[in-house]
Design a protein around this ligand. Sequence first.
Ligand code: ADP
Length: 498
Amino acid sequence: MPLILALDQGTTSSRSLLFDEKGAIVGMAQKEFKQYYPQPGWVEHDAHEIWESQFATLAEALAKARIDPHQIAAIGITNQRETTVVWNKTTGEPIAPAIVWQDRRTASYCDELREQGKAPLLQQKTGLILDAYFSATKLKWILDMTPGARQQAAAGELAFGTIDTWLIYKLTKGAVHATDVSNASRTMLFNIHTLQWDSELLELFDIPASVLPSVKPSSGIIGECTVIPGTRIPIAGVAGDQQSALFGQLCTEEGMVKNTYGTGCFMLMNTGQQAIVSHHQLLTTIAWQIDGKTTYALEGSVFIGGAVVQWLRDELKVINSAPDIEKLAASVKSTDGVYVVPAFTGLGAPHWNAHARGAVFGITRGTNHAHIARAALDSIAYQSADLLKCMQADAHIPIRELRVDGGATANDMLMQFQSDLLDCNVVRPVITETTAMGAAFLAGLGVGIWKDQQAIATCWKTARTFEPQLPDQDRAQLVKGWQRAVKATIAWAGDQPN
Ligand code: ADP
């Protein structure tokens, strides 16, 4: 039976998962690696450590599952997005630490670009909101700040890559310098309409074209992995983590949406062949390209999702572990009119207020920690519902259901409330390793283990569907209260000096 190896390179850990052709996981290994914080707001990784941890998990997954590497028909890669690596093409040595997507060092440069009026151009071409998050300003930083880098780049000696590109380079022993369209669409250098690196943007960021990887479809053979002795395994699927999760949830048709409930929440909607420009500051991104067809998505995030549960655990100390929140929240019939707005780091779409901070409203003499816990849990669903409303307003596409994954989806109460709020079904799959699964699906398609997307459908199974049970009137009242709470949070932030 052929197997597919999915490499899931995340922000804090590298993982390797083995899938069979039925989509079942037959092997897995995970390894954390070091985070570097050299200055406030800076976050770096060592590209060597990323590769070493990734390769170690690959070897461990094979060994633990007692797999003969010849059984592996294809490798899929999914990765933390936007993180930027620059290395020497001859030696393969990174010339600087990798700058992680979370790193804010180029924020003031982004402000300058905004003052120069560049944001609309960037959004029109790349679908992205001008921000330090994306690779372009990080790449410019490395080229500008690393001694000798500009000269080396001018001489064609340097290679740039996001983490997928770096892994492909290492897996092919330097033979292939390539990325896929989904990762390219997060660099802020790639025109998502023409599907080319954009010369005007390269000029704006002062990036020489010689450093750029070639851009490939998300499914199909990109190169051969030659680092496992005695084997040559095709690398046949690549996508950034969120896009991969969208594919892993088989949200392959227009209007299908997934939400990942982790520390934060990441929501993506498949918008088919249209790149929809958002009027709510959502991102327009390439989901994947398969058989010459490019699929786009709208993307938005909730900054504080499961993190609000960590706050209850670590700061308020009202629970010992995250799953305890369900029992505590269920110990009261309702929140009794209490709302928690967890704007700890500001508010995202649709409010976009960087100065907002968390607030609790509606406290009475009878309010106890269970009401607050329940309101905190509800806030994850309210914020996700706000995001979905923005997507629907931008895309004008009706939603049939929301597919969910991530740690907090273990919470049935949260999932039920999400369904009640959205008035649509919330569907939790059997296998919630959707990010790795997406990469495996893309790779399996790429080598013909599955002949088309329909053939994959049997690999994805529903574990539980949450159906809306709340009367319209009650929903409207709850939502009204949430909106008042958010409005009050913003009003309080309004008094803050800039
Ligand atoms: P990440 O990938 O961002 O680290 P995970 O998908 O592992 O996140 O999910 C972890 C998050 O989910 C944490 O923020 C945790 O507080 C939250 N979480 C885990 N279990 C539960 C639960 N039963 N109810 C609510 N939140 C939970």
